[in-house]
Design a binder for this molecule. Sequence first.
Ligand code: ZN
Length: 264
Amino acid sequence: MKIVIYNEYTKNQLSPIGKRAYKEGLHKEIASVFDGSDVEVAFLSTLPDLLNHTANDITYDKLRDVDVLYWWGHCDHDKVPDEVVDAVVKRVHKGMGIIFLHSAHFSKVIKKLLGTPCSLTWREVGEAERVWTVSPKHPIAQGVEQGFRIPHEEMYGEHFNIPTPDEVVFVGWFQGGEVFRSGVTFTREKGRIFYFQPGHETFPNYKNPNIRIILKNAAYWCARQEDKIAIVNKTYKDAPNVHPCESIPLIHFSGKVKQGKEED
Ligand code: ZN
């Protein structure tokens, strides 16, 4: 399998706080999920470190033998030439998988593939997020801890203006109260598409073990090689009475409510 990672790698990522999150760039962190495997990983750039890289040198021919393209962009969406957008879209239609990460929700490529504004609400205060698996049998969700917590992430909230996904695999909950369809799949012609919301450039969340599993599974699924994903047959209890995973002011389980403490 051949993977290519596009990361715009400008501004915030090169700031001290960006470098603290990913010393060598988040593209290197994403690539490292394939360490020790036979997957071939390349970066879309003519420069060794992607510095000052633009998407200008992406062509259909360069993508011809690529199975999956990861796309991380934020500040430079408008600098991606339309002919590059057309080349990527054409290659997806012919069967290349594509994974849009975080702020790539606003990239020209995803907008052209999905045909909607792909807008959302956002807030950057470093709040926690919980990522809930809502399609536990989906290959991308295999091995992922249910409701795993990310200490700090940029909030992305509904309404996420996308077409109805083929499947919603993950839903994100944020400390401020919002929820978001954080992991969604689409198919366009022969190409599989996965959008995944975590990945703000100043929080090192591509080092999170659950997110690394998702990043890797998503590549195999987008490449139609889900047979290489180890299936974890999780069993879920029917209707369990569960304790809150975040602190809440009042709890009411089997007993009465009293000052936030449960009474038998
Ligand atoms: Zn962000």
